[in-house]
Design a protein around this ligand. Structure first.
Ligand SMILES: Nc1nc2c(ncn2[C@@H]2O[C@H](COP(=O)(O)OP(=O)(O)OP(=O)(O)O)[C@@H](O)[C@H]2O)c(=O)[nH]1
Length: 236
């Protein structure tokens, strides 16, 4: 993917896209955002720092000659922040919904998060499902269900209709997940630690959002916001 300011897109105003990270606590939302927005920094660490409230990062990208300023809101997964976190769902164009492949509860919570997303952000919003920590294969409790036919991944399309995607479609490297299929959304297994599928996941989500351009605004006004701090969970 090209960097902002390169190619034919330079000089055109950027589109502002709001994406929200959602999912249970400790699944790796912050690590995924860090991996994507700060490629040089260590995305994971041995000590877990829970997100307190809300945090956000901006990632400028260029996709098919369109400049996009991705505003990525990282919500806190802890139950006590649920009302606050879901209040940021309104106005989002896309969601990265994350579970941890080593934590069955986090996978079972996905249905409830989907409900929150549709209640707060509407039914038209784009969602992508990530099964994170795929580097921890020996601790896996959520099975990875590959598609029955590698060359034909079946997803639910618009109006709930099933569609079979061709060989050259970008969905092809997405694993099959019954839950994603049920909700008609793309699915990747990722590792923030080993940088697996992170960039591809955000690219696909952005591409889907841009296809519904009517919902996207130009970034004429940039609002300066202070980023919140992360604190150790044992501090509270
Ligand atoms: N092995 C491995 N560990 C990861 C991965 N992603 C995150 N972690 C670790 O998992 C723990 C939780 O990661 P966070 O990114 O803080 O999780 P979170 O979902 O933002 O958690 P909340 O802020 O409480 O909502 C940290 O110790 C991370 O280092 C991954 O892909 N692989």
């Amino acid at each position: 993917m090209a960097v902002l300011g390169q190619g034919a897109a330079a000089g055109k105003p950027a589109l502002l896209v709001k994406v929200v990270m959602a999912g249970e606590s400790c699944v790796g939302k912050t690590s995924i955002v860090r991996r994507y927005t700060e490629p040089g920094a260590a995305a994971t660490s041995s000590s877990y720092l829970a997100t307190i409230g809300i945090d956000f990062k901006v990632k400028p990208i260029t996709l098919n000659d369109t400049r996009v300023k991705l505003q990525i809101w990282d919500t806190a997964g802890q139950e006590r922040f649920h009302t606050l976190s879901t209040s940021y769902f309104r106005g989002a164009q896309g969601f990265v919904l994350v579970y941890d492949i080593t934590n069955m509860d986090s996978f079972q919570g996905i249905t409830s998060w989907m409900k929150d997303i549709h209640e707060k952000a509407g039914d038209e919003v784009d969602v992508i499902l990530l099964g994170n920590k795929c580097d921890k294969e020996s601790e896996r409790v959520v099975p990875k269900r590959k598609g029955e036919k590698e060359e034909n991944t079946i997803l639910r399309g618009e109006n709930g209709l099933m569609q079979t995607l061709p060989h050259n479609n970008s969905y092809l490297h997405i694993s099959y997940c019954p839950l994603a299929w049920e909700h008609g959304i793309p699915f990747f297994e990722t590792s923030a630690k080993d940088n697996v599928n992170i960039e591809d996941a955000f690219s696909l989500l952005t591409k889907e959002i841009l296809e519904k351009k009517s919902h996207v605004l130009y970034d004429f006004d940039v609002v300066e916001l202070n980023e919140s701090k992360k604190r150790t969970c044992c501090a509270f």
